[in-house]
Design a protein around this ligand. Structure first.
Ligand code: CO8
Length: 261
């Protein structure tokens, strides 16, 4: 598939989406959002893919929604279309994906960029990564999950401070407070993200999908509901050929050969 604002490639069972508007710090315009959504859907449907990476490359993830494109929008148009950038395209695809999506972040992940990486399943950050919700500085506010996902990730105090002042958070602080899974050297970001994604892609896919669903349910449900779902899901894994293969392989001291069944 050919795209205007992103690049895509496949390596080791991993679909890689690279935001590609270098002259605008990868600002998220409607085309880019639509293309990310299409690429996520495409990898989700591709049986050869077990995990997706979304990255902005080694300089910047994204400096937010494209302000120049957005500035003349009206409330009526946004409301009538349910803010199409978010609802119909990119975020819907990321939210619906059942295979894991890793965000690999270097440099700024601001505004909609921060919201996009928080919508992914986890973030691997380069030392240069900087997260922020600076919308208040241009007279608006986060609109694609910033006030909600940031608060769940880092707690009310830091989320409130960041959203109200636009203060940015560097990689060290982001790792300390649990916003990112891991920090890697800037020149190793692509390699480390691929290594992690390839490892996930090599696991039993039905088990991976149930684990993702179970962890996500834990974010939005009560502990009791989450525990009940987890128990049933765990029991259900015993219906997978891969579960039998994984346990037999352990007992026979060999590597499992998963069939994603
Ligand atoms: N939109 C459009 N263009 C941008 C954006 C942006 N968000 N950010 C940077 N650019 C462009 C600049 O205009 C500039 O272009 P040009 O060379 O043609 O003038 C180029 O990228 C380089 O930028 P700077 O010269 O400003 O680079 P600096 O290194 O001096 O500064 C900053 C980098 C600090 C990142 C600065 O560019 C900045 O503050 N950018 C705006 C950050 C911001 O406010 N982001 C929030 C946007 S609103 C938002 O995200 C709402 C989300 C709601 C949902 C979104 C769904 C998609």
């Amino acid at each position: 598939m050919s795209y205007q604002c992103i690049l895509t490639e496949v390596k080791q069972g991993v679909g890689i989406i690279t935001l590609n508007r270098p002259d605008a710090m990868n600002a998220l315009n409607a085309t880019l959002c639509r293309e990310v959504g299409e690429a996520v859907d495409h990898f989700e449907a591709d049986e050869a893919i077990g995990c997706t990476i979304i990255t902005g490359g080694d300089r910047v993830f994204a400096a937010g929604a494209d302000i120049k494109e957005m500035k003349d929008q009206s409330f009526a148009a946004l409301h009538a279309n349910n803010f199409p950038y978010i609802q119909r395209d990119c975020w819907r695809a990321i939210d619906d994906a059942r295979k894991p999506i890793i965000a690999a972040v270097a440099g700024f992940a601001l505004g909609g960029g921060c919201e996009m990486v928080m919508a992914c399943d986890f973030i691997i950050a380069a030392e240069s990564a900087t997260f922020g919700q600076p919308e208040v500085g241009i007279g608006t506010m986060p609109g694609a999950g910033g006030t909600q996902r940031l608060t769940k990730a880092v707690g009310k105090a830091k989320a409130m401070e960041m959203c109200l002042t636009g203060r940015m958070m560097g990689a060290d602080e982001a790792e300390r407070v649990g916003l990112v899974a891991r920090i890697v050297a800037a020149d190793e970001l692509a390699e480390q993200a691929l290594k992690t994604a390839a490892k996930i892609a090599s696991m039993s896919r039905p088990a991976v999908m149930l684990i993702k669903e179970s962890v996500n349910l834990g974010v939005s449900s009560s502990l009791n509901d989450g525990l009940r779902f987890e128990r049933r899901a765990f029991e259900a894994t015993f219906a997978f050929e891969d579960c039998s293969e994984g346990m037999n392989a352990f007992a026979e001291k060999r590597k499992p050969v998963f069939k994603n069944k």
